[in-house]
Design a protein around this ligand. Structure first.
Ligand SMILES: NC(=O)c1ccc[n+]([C@@H]2O[C@H](COP(=O)([O-])OP(=O)(O)OC[C@H]3O[C@@H](n4cnc5c(N)ncnc54)[C@H](OP(=O)(O)O)[C@@H]3O)[C@@H](O)[C@H]2O)c1
Length: 251
């Protein structure tokens, strides 16, 4: 398969590229690294990327920042970071990228566990991750030609603990290599399911992913599972420590 990875220089993108590079042709894109340059916030830049790369079998996005800050310091401009980069950036890729996918091709986007498990200072991230997952569920039933779309929702990575671990007190971090398996599954779709398995019922996912029930009835044209792989390192809110805000952060 010919697979485009946007954000290939980050810990998730690197691990996904490594996981897939043995069997597939990997094209890497980023704002300042990779074979192709793109700013996913800019629709013209995204259109240009797809002109340059040609036809693809899979498009992966592991890029997009959000801003972390306490709610009483959040404002319109800070919210725009996540809305324009992580949310609309990935939506832009889907809108412009459909025509560049071969029949049966796939999008694999990245949300984050905060859509379901909030942390202090993470209102923007929770909002963006939740909106992205809702977009993915809705887009899945409209995509033509057997195209598929999934969102992967990792918890904090081991590789990112130094930078962002203070936001995720009490969470079990996971290695990027393990998160990359969810992307591989989404792309290779060997597990095409009509009904997904809800969290924790499969030991293999217990400390890493939560497969949410997003099964689409087999009678619909996109009957492949539209999965969000979620962190299962659930914390209860009373155990989460508050942190002070930091500039733009990642998860
Ligand atoms: N790290 C974690 O623990 C974690 C956990 C859950 C979810 N996530 C989510 O996973 C995604 C990837 O995170 P990550 O930590 O692996 O990588 P990252 O360091 O946040 O970003 C990876 C790369 O994305 C590219 N990028 C950023 N904004 C871009 C834009 N507007 N247009 C094009 N490329 C852009 C940059 O590439 P260049 O260097 O080429 O500019 C950057 O190096 C993010 O959306 C993050 O929220 C991360």
């Amino acid at each position: 398969m010919r697979i485009l990875i946007i954000g290939a220089s980050g810990p998730i993108g690197r691990a996904v590229a490594e996981e897939l590079s043995t069997d597939h042709q990997i094209l890497k894109a980023g704002r300042s690294h990779g074979d192709f340059r793109v700013d996913i916030r800019d629709c013209d830049s995204v259109s240009q990327l797809f002109k340059e790369v040609g036809m693809l079998d899979a498009i992966v996005c592991a890029a997009g920042h959000v801003h972390f800050d306490p709610l009483d310091r959040m404002n319109f401009d800070k919210l725009q970071v996540g809305l324009q980069d992580k949310l609309m950036g990935q939506v832009n890729l889907v809108l412009a990228g459909q025509a560049s996918l071969n029949n049966g091709g796939s999008f694999t986007l990245t949300s984050g566990s905060l859509s379901e498990i909030p942390i202090r200072d993470g209102t923007s991230a929770s909002m963006v991750d939740g909106a992205l997952e809702s977009f993915v569920r809705a887009a899945a039933i409209e995509l033509p030609r057997g195209l598929r779309i999934n969102a992967i929702s990792p918890t904090i990575l081991q590789e990112s603990m130094e930078a962002y671990g203070h936001y995720f007190y009490g969470y079990e971090a996971v290695p990027a290599k393990r998160v990359a398996l969810a992307y591989a599954r989404s792309i290779e779709a060997e597990h095409r399911l009509d009904t997904c398995i809800r969290s924790g019922s499969k030991p293999i996912y217990q400390q890493t992913f939560l497969m949410r029930d997003q099964g689409i009835p087999s009678s619909t044209k996109n009957k492949d599972c539209n999965s969000c792989a979620h962190s299962d390192a659930a914390s209860i809110s009373s155990s989460i420590r508050g942190t002070t805000g930091k500039p733009t952060a990642t998860p």
